[in-house]
Design a protein around this ligand. Structure first.
Ligand code: CA
Ligand code: CA
Ligand code: CA
Ligand code: CA
Length: 337
């Protein structure tokens, strides 16, 4: 049985409902923040193993995961309602695993849909709080399309510190203060790759900021990466990024416990001035793309769908405007002839 063809996406205010006859609507569905917020020292959710209804959030990412697809949901409002003074923008992200063929959830939602979930199981798995869309619980969802994707949450590298290597090939974070960003789309700025081949699968890399603080990243969910390669081609030792964005994850096991930014596509790896994204190189070919990003961001995104305008933020203030022109010119002038 397939859900395809039952979607009514495209109609104004379209709401498609995939409801079983036993539909149950909770009067008080939990927000993503209700599920994620915790004061447990290991960062685990208080709802572990419970079957819940979730008020949901906006789809900000999808990963097919081979036969194990996931969607990433973010609720831009619940962090403000929760108002955790230690992490005012945190707790609002969660990933949903839809591992049941024919992937009725994964195949029927798109980036920008607000998805509400009924009868999903909260599961703590290798450090992450996940919602499992499992037919055992007769899950259902509704969606409303066309929501703007929430802006990337700005995070300081010092807020998501790299783990410390104990005995060789063991890595542990000092604390779980970064837990609030789990499964949120975050961005760090002005970082340089200073180590590679780290972590459980030797596929992590370390990013260092000018204050000599480190955090970790990985590319295993990056759709623009060759599947059998460990890294996106833009990642290499000493590579500098104006901005690096991704879904934030905790990963735990017997000999490790660390957090990592997981990039999802090429645009998450913003090399300063590399506005055409064809290779990692910055050259005169990037000039028209830079002008387009500056003057017509929507047109730029259409012409360079894999790239992101973050790469035009040459002065690193998080804003794209005339202040970035001179640094771009200086960058071009500094290139070898
Ligand atoms: Ca966690
Ligand atoms: Ca969590
Ligand atoms: Ca280029
Ligand atoms: Ca700027």
């Amino acid at each position: 049985m397939s859900y395809s063809g039952r979607s009514v996406a495209g109609a104004a205010l379209a709401i498609s409902v995939f409801a079983a006859p036993t539909a149950r609507v909770s009067a008080n569905p939990l927000t993503i923040c209700d599920i994620q917020y915790t004061t447990n020292s290991d960062g685990s959710s208080d709802y572990h193993n419970q079957v819940v209804d979730c008020a949901g959030g906006i789809v900000v990412g999808k990963w097919d995961g081979g036969a194990y697809p996931r969607i990433m949901l973010q609720d831009p409002d619940c962090p403000a309602v929760l108002a955790d003074p230690n992490c005012p923008q945190g707790w609002g992200g969660i990933q949903v695993k839809d591992w049941t063929w024919p992937y009725g959830l994964y195949d029927n939602v798109e980036i920008g849909d607000w998805v509400v979930l009924t009868n999903v199981q909260v599961v703590e798995k290798v450090g992450g709080t996940f919602l499992y869309w499992d037919s055992v619980w007769h899950p259902e969802f509704t969606k409303t399309p066309g929501h703007p994707v929430p802006p990337l949450v700005e995070v300081s590298v010092s807020d998501i510190p790299a783990p410390i290597e104990g005995p060789p090939y063991e890595w542990y974070v000092e604390n779980h203060d970064a837990e609030c960003y789990e499964s949120v789309r975050i961005v760090v700025r002005d970082v340089t790759v200073n180590a590679m081949n780290l972590g459980q699968a030797q596929d992590n890399y370390s990013l260092r900021n000018p204050a000599q603080e480190d955090c970790w990243a990985a590319d295993y969910m990056n759709e623009n990466k060759v599947s059998w390669e460990k890294y996106h081609p833009f990642v290499g030792l000493d590579r500098h990024f104006c901005a690096l964005a991704g879904i934030f994850e905790q990963y735990t096991g017997g000999r490790f416990d660390y957090y990592q930014i997981v990039t999802l596509k090429t645009e998450d790896l913003a090399i300063c001035g590399n506005l055409d994204c064809d290779t990692a190189e910055v050259n005169l070919d990037d000039v028209p793309a830079f002008v387009s990003a500056l003057t017509d961001p929507e047109g730029y995104q259409l012409n360079y769908p894999d790239c992101g305008i973050q790469a035009a933020d040459l002065n690193g203030d998080g804003v794209l405007n005339g202040g970035d022109v001179q640094p771009f010119v200086d960058l071009l002038l500094s290139l070898p002839p």
